[in-house]
Design a binder for this molecule. Structure first.
Ligand SMILES: *Cc1c(COP(=O)(O)O)cnc(C)c1O
Length: 456
Protein backbone atom coordinates (compact mmCIF):
# COMPACT_ATOMS: atom_id res chain seq x y z
CA UNK A 1 0.00 0.00 0.00
CA UNK A 2 1.16 3.53 -0.65
CA UNK A 3 1.84 5.72 2.33
CA UNK A 4 -1.32 7.32 3.61
CA UNK A 5 -0.77 10.79 5.05
CA UNK A 6 -4.34 11.07 6.24
CA UNK A 7 -3.49 10.36 9.87
CA UNK A 8 -0.85 13.11 9.97
CA UNK A 9 -3.24 15.66 8.53
CA UNK A 10 -5.95 14.46 10.86
CA UNK A 11 -3.86 14.98 13.98
CA UNK A 12 -3.14 18.57 12.93
CA UNK A 13 -6.84 19.23 12.39
CA UNK A 14 -7.60 17.55 15.72
CA UNK A 15 -5.33 20.09 17.43
CA UNK A 16 -7.27 22.90 15.73
CA UNK A 17 -10.51 21.41 17.03
CA UNK A 18 -9.02 21.12 20.53
CA UNK A 19 -8.32 24.84 20.54
CA UNK A 20 -11.98 25.53 19.73
CA UNK A 21 -12.79 24.22 23.18
CA UNK A 22 -9.67 25.60 24.84
CA UNK A 23 -11.65 27.92 27.13
CA UNK A 24 -13.08 25.01 29.11
CA UNK A 25 -11.43 23.96 32.38
CA UNK A 26 -9.07 21.08 31.69
CA UNK A 27 -9.95 17.57 32.80
CA UNK A 28 -8.54 14.10 32.51
CA UNK A 29 -10.93 11.78 30.67
CA UNK A 30 -11.57 8.83 32.97
CA UNK A 31 -12.07 6.56 30.04
CA UNK A 32 -8.67 7.32 28.53
CA UNK A 33 -6.84 6.69 31.78
CA UNK A 34 -8.83 3.68 32.93
CA UNK A 35 -7.41 1.38 30.30
CA UNK A 36 -3.70 1.87 29.90
CA UNK A 37 -2.14 2.40 26.52
CA UNK A 38 -0.69 -1.07 26.21
CA UNK A 39 -4.01 -2.87 26.56
CA UNK A 40 -5.59 -0.40 24.18
CA UNK A 41 -2.78 -1.10 21.72
CA UNK A 42 -3.27 -4.85 22.12
CA UNK A 43 -6.97 -4.62 21.32
CA UNK A 44 -6.31 -2.36 18.34
CA UNK A 45 -3.68 -4.74 16.97
CA UNK A 46 -6.09 -7.61 17.28
CA UNK A 47 -8.76 -5.51 15.57
CA UNK A 48 -6.37 -4.82 12.69
CA UNK A 49 -5.66 -8.52 12.28
CA UNK A 50 -9.37 -9.28 12.23
CA UNK A 51 -9.87 -6.62 9.55
CA UNK A 52 -7.29 -8.37 7.39
CA UNK A 53 -9.96 -10.99 6.77
CA UNK A 54 -11.55 -9.00 3.92
CA UNK A 55 -11.37 -8.77 0.18
CA UNK A 56 -9.03 -5.89 -0.73
CA UNK A 57 -11.87 -3.47 -1.50
CA UNK A 58 -9.52 -0.49 -1.75
CA UNK A 59 -7.33 -2.07 -4.46
CA UNK A 60 -7.92 -1.64 -8.22
CA UNK A 61 -7.87 -5.44 -8.64
CA UNK A 62 -11.00 -5.50 -6.56
CA UNK A 63 -13.46 -4.98 -9.40
CA UNK A 64 -16.45 -6.92 -8.10
CA UNK A 65 -19.30 -5.44 -6.10
CA UNK A 66 -20.22 -1.79 -5.57
CA UNK A 67 -17.40 -0.86 -3.25
CA UNK A 68 -15.40 2.32 -3.54
CA UNK A 69 -12.99 3.51 -0.87
CA UNK A 70 -14.01 6.71 0.90
CA UNK A 71 -11.89 9.71 -0.01
CA UNK A 72 -9.11 10.45 2.54
CA UNK A 73 -10.78 13.77 3.30
CA UNK A 74 -14.03 11.97 4.10
CA UNK A 75 -12.24 9.50 6.38
CA UNK A 76 -10.38 12.27 8.17
CA UNK A 77 -13.41 14.56 8.52
CA UNK A 78 -15.48 11.66 9.83
CA UNK A 79 -12.80 10.77 12.37
CA UNK A 80 -12.45 14.43 13.37
CA UNK A 81 -16.19 14.64 13.97
CA UNK A 82 -15.87 11.67 16.33
CA UNK A 83 -14.32 14.01 18.92
CA UNK A 84 -17.75 15.63 19.09
CA UNK A 85 -19.97 12.75 17.89
CA UNK A 86 -22.81 15.04 16.81
CA UNK A 87 -26.36 13.83 16.30
CA UNK A 88 -28.12 15.43 13.35
CA UNK A 89 -31.57 14.78 14.69
CA UNK A 90 -31.75 18.30 16.08
CA UNK A 91 -29.56 21.35 16.33
CA UNK A 92 -29.42 20.70 20.04
CA UNK A 93 -27.28 17.66 19.34
CA UNK A 94 -25.57 18.65 16.13
CA UNK A 95 -25.29 22.38 15.68
CA UNK A 96 -22.48 22.71 13.15
CA UNK A 97 -23.08 19.37 11.51
CA UNK A 98 -26.76 20.17 10.84
CA UNK A 99 -25.66 23.31 9.02
CA UNK A 100 -23.11 21.26 7.10
CA UNK A 101 -25.77 18.71 6.17
CA UNK A 102 -28.08 21.43 4.89
CA UNK A 103 -25.25 22.90 2.79
CA UNK A 104 -24.09 19.55 1.42
CA UNK A 105 -27.62 18.49 0.53
CA UNK A 106 -28.20 21.84 -1.17
CA UNK A 107 -25.24 21.10 -3.42
CA UNK A 108 -26.58 17.66 -4.30
CA UNK A 109 -30.03 19.13 -5.06
CA UNK A 110 -28.30 21.79 -7.15
CA UNK A 111 -26.57 19.09 -9.16
CA UNK A 112 -30.03 17.86 -10.16
CA UNK A 113 -31.17 21.40 -10.95
CA UNK A 114 -33.33 21.93 -7.87
CA UNK A 115 -33.19 25.11 -5.78
CA UNK A 116 -36.56 24.73 -4.04
CA UNK A 117 -36.81 21.27 -2.56
CA UNK A 118 -36.87 19.34 0.69
CA UNK A 119 -34.11 16.87 1.45
CA UNK A 120 -31.74 15.37 3.95
CA UNK A 121 -29.26 12.56 4.49
CA UNK A 122 -30.25 9.08 5.59
CA UNK A 123 -28.38 6.02 6.76
CA UNK A 124 -28.44 4.70 3.20
CA UNK A 125 -30.37 4.21 -0.02
CA UNK A 126 -32.89 1.79 1.40
CA UNK A 127 -33.98 4.23 4.12
CA UNK A 128 -34.03 7.04 1.58
CA UNK A 129 -36.26 5.01 -0.76
CA UNK A 130 -38.47 4.09 2.18
CA UNK A 131 -38.98 7.77 2.95
CA UNK A 132 -39.71 8.59 -0.68
CA UNK A 133 -42.32 5.85 -0.98
CA UNK A 134 -43.79 6.74 2.40
CA UNK A 135 -44.18 10.38 1.37
CA UNK A 136 -45.65 9.24 -1.95
CA UNK A 137 -48.28 7.22 -0.13
CA UNK A 138 -48.99 10.13 2.25
CA UNK A 139 -49.67 12.49 -0.66
CA UNK A 140 -52.14 9.95 -1.97
CA UNK A 141 -53.99 9.75 1.34
CA UNK A 142 -56.41 6.86 1.56
CA UNK A 143 -56.99 6.77 -2.20
CA UNK A 144 -57.10 3.32 -3.71
CA UNK A 145 -54.62 4.14 -6.44
CA UNK A 146 -51.47 3.79 -4.39
CA UNK A 147 -49.88 0.72 -5.97
CA UNK A 148 -46.15 1.00 -6.54
CA UNK A 149 -44.51 -0.39 -9.65
CA UNK A 150 -40.86 -0.72 -10.59
CA UNK A 151 -38.99 -2.73 -13.19
CA UNK A 152 -37.96 -6.28 -12.43
CA UNK A 153 -34.42 -4.88 -12.35
CA UNK A 154 -35.29 -2.28 -9.68
CA UNK A 155 -33.54 -2.76 -6.35
CA UNK A 156 -34.99 -5.75 -4.48
CA UNK A 157 -35.75 -3.62 -1.41
CA UNK A 158 -38.59 -1.71 -3.12
CA UNK A 159 -40.79 -4.76 -2.82
CA UNK A 160 -39.92 -5.16 0.85
CA UNK A 161 -40.31 -1.43 1.57
CA UNK A 162 -43.78 -1.55 0.02
CA UNK A 163 -44.73 -4.40 2.30
CA UNK A 164 -43.49 -2.43 5.33
CA UNK A 165 -45.72 0.44 4.17
CA UNK A 166 -48.56 -2.02 3.54
CA UNK A 167 -48.70 -0.98 -0.10
CA UNK A 168 -49.00 -3.26 -3.09
CA UNK A 169 -45.95 -3.59 -5.29
CA UNK A 170 -45.65 -5.05 -8.79
CA UNK A 171 -42.76 -5.60 -11.15
CA UNK A 172 -42.75 -4.45 -14.73
CA UNK A 173 -40.72 -6.40 -17.29
CA UNK A 174 -37.30 -5.18 -18.35
CA UNK A 175 -36.03 -5.28 -21.93
CA UNK A 176 -32.83 -6.93 -23.17
CA UNK A 177 -30.81 -3.93 -21.95
CA UNK A 178 -32.25 -4.17 -18.45
CA UNK A 179 -34.44 -1.07 -18.88
CA UNK A 180 -38.08 -0.85 -17.88
CA UNK A 181 -40.38 -1.82 -20.75
CA UNK A 182 -42.83 0.98 -21.55
CA UNK A 183 -45.48 -1.35 -22.98
CA UNK A 184 -45.44 -3.46 -19.80
CA UNK A 185 -45.58 -0.29 -17.70
CA UNK A 186 -48.56 1.03 -19.63
CA UNK A 187 -50.34 -2.31 -19.15
CA UNK A 188 -50.07 -1.70 -15.41
CA UNK A 189 -51.04 1.98 -15.64
CA UNK A 190 -54.23 1.13 -17.55
CA UNK A 191 -55.45 -0.78 -14.50
CA UNK A 192 -55.91 2.63 -12.86
CA UNK A 193 -54.50 1.88 -9.42
CA UNK A 194 -50.83 2.83 -9.79
CA UNK A 195 -49.79 5.65 -7.46
CA UNK A 196 -46.01 5.67 -7.92
CA UNK A 197 -43.56 4.47 -10.54
CA UNK A 198 -40.03 3.76 -9.35
CA UNK A 199 -37.64 4.73 -12.15
CA UNK A 200 -34.11 3.41 -11.71
CA UNK A 201 -31.27 5.47 -13.16
CA UNK A 202 -28.47 2.93 -12.86
CA UNK A 203 -29.74 -0.51 -11.90
CA UNK A 204 -27.72 -2.38 -9.34
CA UNK A 205 -27.09 -5.41 -11.55
CA UNK A 206 -25.90 -3.78 -14.77
CA UNK A 207 -26.23 0.00 -14.43
CA UNK A 208 -29.17 0.19 -16.83
CA UNK A 209 -31.02 3.50 -17.11
CA UNK A 210 -34.84 3.39 -17.29
CA UNK A 211 -36.48 5.56 -20.00
CA UNK A 212 -37.40 8.50 -17.78
CA UNK A 213 -38.54 10.96 -20.52
CA UNK A 214 -41.05 8.46 -21.90
CA UNK A 215 -42.26 7.60 -18.38
CA UNK A 216 -42.78 11.33 -17.71
CA UNK A 217 -44.95 11.45 -20.85
CA UNK A 218 -47.05 8.63 -19.47
CA UNK A 219 -47.41 10.62 -16.24
CA UNK A 220 -49.30 13.32 -18.17
CA UNK A 221 -51.82 10.71 -19.25
CA UNK A 222 -52.12 8.54 -16.15
CA UNK A 223 -51.17 10.84 -13.26
CA UNK A 224 -48.80 9.07 -10.89
CA UNK A 225 -45.75 10.06 -8.86
CA UNK A 226 -42.33 9.48 -10.34
CA UNK A 227 -39.69 8.40 -7.88
CA UNK A 228 -36.18 8.23 -9.30
CA UNK A 229 -33.96 5.68 -7.58
CA UNK A 230 -30.50 6.95 -8.49
CA UNK A 231 -28.88 5.43 -5.40
CA UNK A 232 -26.13 4.06 -7.60
CA UNK A 233 -26.24 6.21 -10.71
CA UNK A 234 -27.12 9.67 -9.40
CA UNK A 235 -23.68 11.23 -9.72
CA UNK A 236 -23.53 10.39 -13.42
CA UNK A 237 -25.73 13.47 -13.79
CA UNK A 238 -22.40 15.34 -13.77
CA UNK A 239 -21.19 13.59 -16.90
CA UNK A 240 -24.53 13.21 -18.67
CA UNK A 241 -23.11 14.80 -21.80
CA UNK A 242 -20.66 11.95 -22.35
CA UNK A 243 -23.28 9.24 -21.79
CA UNK A 244 -24.90 7.57 -24.79
CA UNK A 245 -28.52 8.06 -25.68
CA UNK A 246 -31.01 7.18 -24.29
CA UNK A 247 -29.30 7.41 -20.88
CA UNK A 248 -28.30 11.01 -21.57
CA UNK A 249 -31.93 12.04 -22.13
CA UNK A 250 -32.96 10.28 -18.92
CA UNK A 251 -30.43 12.25 -16.87
CA UNK A 252 -31.46 15.49 -18.52
CA UNK A 253 -35.06 14.86 -17.44
CA UNK A 254 -34.26 14.07 -13.81
CA UNK A 255 -35.41 17.44 -12.42
CA UNK A 256 -38.97 16.56 -13.42
CA UNK A 257 -39.13 13.68 -10.94
CA UNK A 258 -41.16 14.06 -7.74
CA UNK A 259 -38.42 12.55 -5.61
CA UNK A 260 -34.82 11.42 -6.06
CA UNK A 261 -32.60 9.12 -4.03
CA UNK A 262 -28.81 9.14 -4.31
CA UNK A 263 -26.23 7.33 -2.21
CA UNK A 264 -23.12 9.34 -1.33
CA UNK A 265 -21.79 6.10 0.16
CA UNK A 266 -21.80 4.46 -3.26
CA UNK A 267 -20.25 6.81 -5.84
CA UNK A 268 -19.89 9.84 -3.56
CA UNK A 269 -16.66 8.75 -1.84
CA UNK A 270 -18.32 8.46 1.60
CA UNK A 271 -18.04 5.87 4.34
CA UNK A 272 -21.15 3.72 4.73
CA UNK A 273 -24.06 5.36 6.45
CA UNK A 274 -24.75 8.09 3.91
CA UNK A 275 -27.80 8.12 1.65
CA UNK A 276 -29.86 11.11 0.55
CA UNK A 277 -33.51 11.71 -0.32
CA UNK A 278 -34.83 14.78 -2.10
CA UNK A 279 -38.39 15.96 -2.80
CA UNK A 280 -39.27 18.47 -5.50
CA UNK A 281 -42.15 19.90 -3.45
CA UNK A 282 -40.92 21.24 -0.09
CA UNK A 283 -44.51 21.12 1.19
CA UNK A 284 -44.23 17.36 1.75
CA UNK A 285 -42.38 18.33 4.95
CA UNK A 286 -45.82 18.56 6.56
CA UNK A 287 -46.17 14.79 6.54
CA UNK A 288 -43.31 14.42 9.00
CA UNK A 289 -45.03 16.55 11.62
CA UNK A 290 -44.67 15.25 15.14
CA UNK A 291 -44.34 16.71 18.61
CA UNK A 292 -41.19 15.41 20.14
CA UNK A 293 -41.29 16.49 23.76
CA UNK A 294 -37.53 16.26 24.09
CA UNK A 295 -35.61 17.74 21.31
CA UNK A 296 -36.29 21.08 19.66
CA UNK A 297 -35.30 23.84 22.05
CA UNK A 298 -32.17 25.50 20.82
CA UNK A 299 -33.27 27.15 17.61
CA UNK A 300 -36.25 28.24 15.58
CA UNK A 301 -34.42 27.14 12.44
CA UNK A 302 -35.30 23.85 10.85
CA UNK A 303 -34.21 20.85 12.87
CA UNK A 304 -33.49 17.99 10.49
CA UNK A 305 -35.40 15.59 12.72
CA UNK A 306 -38.52 17.49 11.71
CA UNK A 307 -38.17 16.26 8.13
CA UNK A 308 -36.68 12.82 8.65
CA UNK A 309 -38.17 9.43 9.48
CA UNK A 310 -35.09 8.45 11.45
CA UNK A 311 -34.47 10.17 14.77
CA UNK A 312 -30.74 10.01 15.62
CA UNK A 313 -28.46 10.23 12.60
CA UNK A 314 -24.69 10.41 12.31
CA UNK A 315 -23.66 14.05 12.18
CA UNK A 316 -20.23 12.74 11.22
CA UNK A 317 -21.66 11.46 7.93
CA UNK A 318 -22.74 15.01 7.09
CA UNK A 319 -19.36 16.42 8.14
CA UNK A 320 -17.53 13.93 5.90
CA UNK A 321 -19.79 14.69 2.94
CA UNK A 322 -19.49 18.43 3.42
CA UNK A 323 -15.69 18.23 3.54
CA UNK A 324 -15.56 16.01 0.46
CA UNK A 325 -17.71 18.38 -1.56
CA UNK A 326 -15.55 21.31 -0.41
CA UNK A 327 -12.49 19.57 -1.83
CA UNK A 328 -14.24 18.08 -4.84
CA UNK A 329 -17.22 20.26 -5.78
CA UNK A 330 -20.05 18.61 -7.70
CA UNK A 331 -19.22 20.30 -10.99
CA UNK A 332 -19.51 18.84 -14.48
CA UNK A 333 -15.96 19.92 -15.37
CA UNK A 334 -14.40 19.16 -11.99
CA UNK A 335 -12.07 16.49 -10.68
CA UNK A 336 -14.90 14.46 -9.19
CA UNK A 337 -16.78 14.29 -12.50
CA UNK A 338 -13.50 13.44 -14.20
CA UNK A 339 -13.12 10.37 -12.01
CA UNK A 340 -16.59 9.18 -13.01
CA UNK A 341 -15.67 9.58 -16.66
CA UNK A 342 -12.61 7.39 -16.06
CA UNK A 343 -14.80 4.66 -14.58
CA UNK A 344 -17.08 4.82 -17.56
CA UNK A 345 -14.19 4.62 -20.01
CA UNK A 346 -12.86 1.60 -18.14
CA UNK A 347 -16.24 -0.10 -18.52
CA UNK A 348 -16.42 0.62 -22.24
CA UNK A 349 -12.86 -0.64 -22.66
CA UNK A 350 -13.61 -3.92 -20.87
CA UNK A 351 -16.82 -4.34 -22.84
CA UNK A 352 -14.93 -3.81 -26.12
CA UNK A 353 -12.33 -6.41 -25.23
CA UNK A 354 -15.00 -8.95 -24.25
CA UNK A 355 -16.64 -8.55 -27.64
CA UNK A 356 -13.45 -9.42 -29.49
CA UNK A 357 -12.82 -12.64 -27.56
CA UNK A 358 -14.75 -15.76 -28.50
CA UNK A 359 -14.68 -17.13 -24.95
CA UNK A 360 -17.09 -14.43 -23.80
CA UNK A 361 -20.47 -13.03 -24.74
CA UNK A 362 -21.35 -9.42 -23.98
CA UNK A 363 -24.85 -7.94 -23.95
CA UNK A 364 -26.34 -8.37 -27.40
CA UNK A 365 -28.12 -5.05 -27.86
CA UNK A 366 -26.28 -2.47 -25.78
CA UNK A 367 -22.98 -1.36 -24.34
CA UNK A 368 -22.71 -0.48 -20.63
CA UNK A 369 -24.71 2.65 -19.85
CA UNK A 370 -22.63 3.56 -16.79
CA UNK A 371 -19.59 1.77 -15.36
CA UNK A 372 -20.86 -1.76 -14.75
CA UNK A 373 -19.99 -4.56 -17.17
CA UNK A 374 -21.68 -7.96 -17.35
CA UNK A 375 -20.84 -10.90 -19.59
CA UNK A 376 -21.42 -14.59 -19.87
CA UNK A 377 -19.05 -17.42 -20.63
CA UNK A 378 -19.72 -19.02 -23.98
CA UNK A 379 -20.90 -22.62 -23.61
CA UNK A 380 -23.36 -25.09 -25.14
CA UNK A 381 -25.94 -24.69 -22.41
CA UNK A 382 -26.96 -22.14 -19.78
CA UNK A 383 -25.95 -24.66 -17.16
CA UNK A 384 -22.51 -25.06 -18.69
CA UNK A 385 -22.09 -21.32 -19.00
CA UNK A 386 -23.13 -20.77 -15.37
CA UNK A 387 -20.70 -23.39 -14.10
CA UNK A 388 -17.92 -21.88 -16.18
CA UNK A 389 -18.66 -18.39 -14.82
CA UNK A 390 -18.40 -19.75 -11.31
CA UNK A 391 -15.02 -21.37 -12.07
CA UNK A 392 -13.64 -18.25 -13.76
CA UNK A 393 -14.80 -16.19 -10.79
CA UNK A 394 -12.85 -18.45 -8.40
CA UNK A 395 -9.79 -18.71 -10.64
CA UNK A 396 -9.66 -14.91 -10.91
CA UNK A 397 -9.93 -14.58 -7.12
CA UNK A 398 -6.92 -16.90 -6.73
CA UNK A 399 -5.05 -14.46 -8.98
CA UNK A 400 -6.17 -11.55 -6.78
CA UNK A 401 -8.68 -10.29 -9.32
CA UNK A 402 -12.02 -10.00 -7.57
CA UNK A 403 -15.09 -10.00 -9.79
CA UNK A 404 -18.76 -10.56 -8.94
CA UNK A 405 -21.45 -12.97 -10.16
CA UNK A 406 -25.00 -12.11 -11.13
CA UNK A 407 -28.06 -14.03 -12.35
CA UNK A 408 -29.32 -12.57 -15.61
CA UNK A 409 -31.91 -13.50 -18.27
CA UNK A 410 -30.13 -15.29 -21.07
CA UNK A 411 -31.95 -13.52 -23.89
CA UNK A 412 -30.01 -10.37 -22.99
CA UNK A 413 -27.03 -12.07 -24.61
CA UNK A 414 -28.99 -12.94 -27.69
CA UNK A 415 -28.86 -16.67 -26.95
CA UNK A 416 -31.38 -18.45 -29.08
CA UNK A 417 -34.34 -20.17 -27.47
CA UNK A 418 -34.58 -20.01 -23.70
CA UNK A 419 -35.77 -16.45 -23.29
CA UNK A 420 -36.22 -15.38 -19.69
CA UNK A 421 -34.19 -18.25 -18.21
CA UNK A 422 -31.63 -16.99 -15.69
CA UNK A 423 -27.98 -17.93 -15.93
CA UNK A 424 -24.97 -17.04 -13.81
CA UNK A 425 -22.89 -14.31 -15.41
CA UNK A 426 -19.77 -12.40 -14.49
CA UNK A 427 -20.07 -8.80 -13.38
CA UNK A 428 -17.55 -6.07 -12.74
CA UNK A 429 -18.30 -2.72 -11.16
CA UNK A 430 -15.46 -0.44 -12.29
CA UNK A 431 -16.14 2.34 -9.76
CA UNK A 432 -12.62 3.40 -9.02
CA UNK A 433 -10.90 5.96 -11.24
CA UNK A 434 -7.79 3.73 -11.10
CA UNK A 435 -9.69 1.05 -12.98
CA UNK A 436 -9.02 2.82 -16.26
CA UNK A 437 -5.23 2.45 -16.06
CA UNK A 438 -5.49 -0.97 -14.44
CA UNK A 439 -7.63 -2.41 -17.19
CA UNK A 440 -4.73 -4.10 -19.01
CA UNK A 441 -3.83 -5.91 -15.81
CA UNK A 442 -7.46 -6.81 -15.09
CA UNK A 443 -7.82 -8.17 -18.61
CA UNK A 444 -4.56 -10.17 -18.32
CA UNK A 445 -5.72 -11.79 -15.10
CA UNK A 446 -9.14 -12.60 -16.53
CA UNK A 447 -7.57 -14.17 -19.63
CA UNK A 448 -5.00 -15.94 -17.47
CA UNK A 449 -7.76 -17.44 -15.35
CA UNK A 450 -9.58 -18.65 -18.47
CA UNK A 451 -6.45 -20.21 -19.97
CA UNK A 452 -5.73 -21.94 -16.67
CA UNK A 453 -9.05 -23.72 -16.99
CA UNK A 454 -8.68 -24.53 -20.68
CA UNK A 455 -5.36 -26.19 -19.89
CA UNK A 456 -6.90 -28.38 -17.32
C1 LIG B 1 -27.60 0.16 -3.53
C2 LIG B 1 -28.93 0.49 -4.06
C3 LIG B 1 -30.04 0.65 -3.21
C4 LIG B 1 -29.95 0.39 -1.74
O1 LIG B 1 -29.15 1.33 -1.11
P1 LIG B 1 -28.37 0.98 0.27
O2 LIG B 1 -27.56 2.20 0.47
O3 LIG B 1 -27.58 -0.25 0.01
O4 LIG B 1 -29.40 0.78 1.31
C5 LIG B 1 -31.24 1.02 -3.78
N1 LIG B 1 -31.36 1.20 -5.11
C6 LIG B 1 -30.33 1.05 -5.95
C7 LIG B 1 -30.53 1.27 -7.41
C8 LIG B 1 -29.08 0.68 -5.46
O5 LIG B 1 -28.06 0.48 -6.31
Amino acid sequence: MTRDRTLELLSRAAAVLDREFGHLPGFESERATASDASSLQAVLDETARRLGDNYPYFHPLYAGQMLKPPHPVARAAYALAMTINPNNHARDGGRASSEMEIEAVREIAGMFGWTEYLGHLTSGGTMANLEALWVASQTQGTATHRRIVGSEQAHYTHNRISSVLKLQYSSVQADACGRMRLDSLEDELRKGDVGTVVVTLGTTAIGAVDPLPEILKLREKYDFRVHVDAAYGGYFKLIEDVLDEPAQAAYKAIAQADSIVIDPHKHGLQPYGCGCVLFRDPAVGLFYKHDSPYTYFSSKDLHLGEISLECSRAGAAAVALWATQKLLPLQPDGEFADALAKSRRAALDLDRRLRTDSRFEALAGCVPELDIVVWKMKAESTQGSSALAQSVFSACARRNLHLALVQLPQFWFGSAGSSRELGTCLRSVLMKPEHEVWLDRIWDELCGACSEMENG
